[in-house]
Design a protein around this ligand. Structure first.
Ligand code: ADP
Ligand code: MG
Length: 475
């Protein structure tokens, strides 16, 4: 190779480094070498297949563009995996390594200018590269209140832990209803962790995990997938409740064990506690429950107010004229009670209205704009699943225990309480309730309801327990 070529290569590397930043550069490109330049084709090598497929899927265009900026004659970049043998024996005339089922090795576009690439299976790489992150979901924009203090503190701790620090709780498992900030917190961990540069944090939705794995197995790049996991300091999995399928779960279990045993941090979010992930097998469930399990409660009015205030401030960086009087925020915080997403929706409407009409935001306008986001004040409709979940948690049994045919006292009473609540808090019929409790007969439900009705008259402790359960359910 000529000195000129080596010099071009140094320039290209500098350009690349400037474009992607030091961190990315040293993670992916530090071990990339120039092998040859022939007739407009640049051949680069990296030491592992995984690096090759990662660079191909994420940076091929950029590498090519950097070359073209340096040398207009370059039309194509080829990436090969170098091995010790190849290196000593036959370079630079080596053929690019193209295995069966491997990712495409050459990338040029149809018109020969070579701007884009052909990869074998982008889904694998998306899975490896993580799910997209929303730049707004950071710790800076996360408002801490009573219902999320613990989850927030744990997430912060995880994000700021250093490589080699003892792992305090593993996995960290956060659960809550929809729209209460799980994804926000998980993405905040990802942003903050990666910014600190201490440990690589990979954020995946369960679907992505599933899809990545399944296709990785199918295209026989599971090894690459595992190699990728090995490079990860913190694995973040969102919406675990969507993880489905026996083989996926087996792989999930395997990954989880491997990471935890290797002292890597795992962070998980789900809409239910581990005990309610019914399709998961017991070992996984207990592994999940073995770390720190934190529930985030509903956003209280005060927290909703603070979130809204923060949102308006954020919106004003782009729309300086946007102003929402505090009473309007108070009104929204009070009435739009459902979740963070509706709060956002409400503000977006005010903003849109304000922008489109030029009218200032007033209470009257707010009342009109957010009308359909307002939750009725009458008691919330309670679902049988919620009852089962809340009762199971209260009595420390699993939801499947409630549905099972087990007749031990520690399960029978909670089951009766749950049936009683189902009858009193929902409009479901006795047969329907029976069906939802593991296919029981309606007379069994009736018996349970009468039993509890009889007991609450005399048993103050039980009456109070039931009162608390009702309040939790109707909150
Ligand atoms: P989940 O994943 O639990 O369904 P998200 O994290 O997607 O909920 O939150 C829904 C919306 O509410 C997002 O826009 C999020 O930024 C916002 N949100 C929820 N909790 C908070 C909070 N504590 N501070 C700021 N925004 C929040
Ligand atoms: Mg979410």
């Amino acid at each position: 190779m000529s000195n000129g070529e080596q010099e071009s290569w140094s320039r290209v590397k500098e350009r690349l480094r400037a474009e992607v930043g030091d961190d990315v550069y040293s993670s992916w490109f530090a071990r990339m070498d120039l092998e040859a330049i022939e007739e407009g084709a640049v051949r680069l090598s990296v030491p592992t297949r995984f690096l090759k497929s990662w660079i191909q899927s994420h940076y091929a265009e950029r590498v090519l563009a950097c070359w073209q900026a340096q040398d207009g004659k370059v039309t194509r970049v080829e990436l090969i995996v170098r091995s010790a043998v190849l290196k000593s024996a036959m370079l630079p005339k080596v053929k690019p390594d193209v295995g069966i089922g491997e990712l495409g090795t050459r990338y040029t576009n149809g018109n020969g200018i070579g701007r884009s690439l052909i990869v074998g299976d982008p889904s694998v790489h998306e899975a490896l590269g993580g799910s997209p992150l929303d730049p707004r979901l950071t710790f800076d924009t996360f408002v801490v209140g009573r219902s999320n203090t613990l989850a927030h503190a744990a997430a912060k701790q995880v994000a700021s832990a250093k490589r080699g620090d003892p792992v305090m709780f593993n996995p960290l498992y956060i659960h809550s209803g929809v729209g209460l900030g799980k994804t926000h917190l998980l993405q905040a961990v990802t942003w903050a962790g990666n910014a600190a540069g201490e440990r690589k944090v990979l954020y995946l939705t369960a679907e992505k995990f599933m899809y990545g794995f399944v296709s990785a197995l199918r295209t026989q790049t599971a090894l690459a997938f595992k190699e990728a996991l090995r490079g990860i300091g913190v694995l973040v999995i969102d919406d675990l409740q969507f993880l489905q399928g026996k083989s996926t779960q087996a792989e999930f279990c395997h990954t989880l064990n491997a990471l935890i045993d290797a002292g890597r941090q795992v962070v998980i979010a789900s809409d239910r506690p581990p005990s309610d992930l019914e399709s998961l097998d017991d070992r996984v469930r207990s592994r999940l429950a073995g770390g720190l399990v934190v529930e985030m409660g509903p956003l209280g009015e005060e927290l909703r107010f603070e979130i809204l205030k923060a949102r308006v401030l954020a919106a004003r960086t782009h729309h300086p004229a946007f102003d929402v009087p505090l009473p309007v925020l108070g009104y929204i915080a009070k009435t739009v009670t459902h979740n963070g997403r509706d709060l956002e929706g409400a503000l977006n409407r005010l903003l849109a209205h304000n922008k489109l009409t030029g009218h200032a935001v007033t209470l009257e306008m707010a009342e009109r704009e957010v009308r359909d986001l307002i939750r009725p004040q009458e008691p919330k409709r309670v679902k049988i699943e919620d009852i089962q979940r809340v009762v199971a948690r209260q009595y420390n049994v699993s939801r499947s225990d409630l549905l099972s045919s087990r007749r031990t006292a520690n399960v029978v009473r909670p089951r009766q309480v749950a049936m009683y609540l189902a009858k009193t808090l929902t409009l479901r019929s006795l047969p329907e309730i029976g069906r939802r409790f593991g296919g029981r007969d309606h007379t069994t439900v009736l018996h349970a309801v009468r039993k509890i009705e009889g007991l609450v008259g005399n048993d103050m402790a039980l009456a109070e327990e039931i009162e608390i359960l009702k309040r939790q359910l109707q909150e």
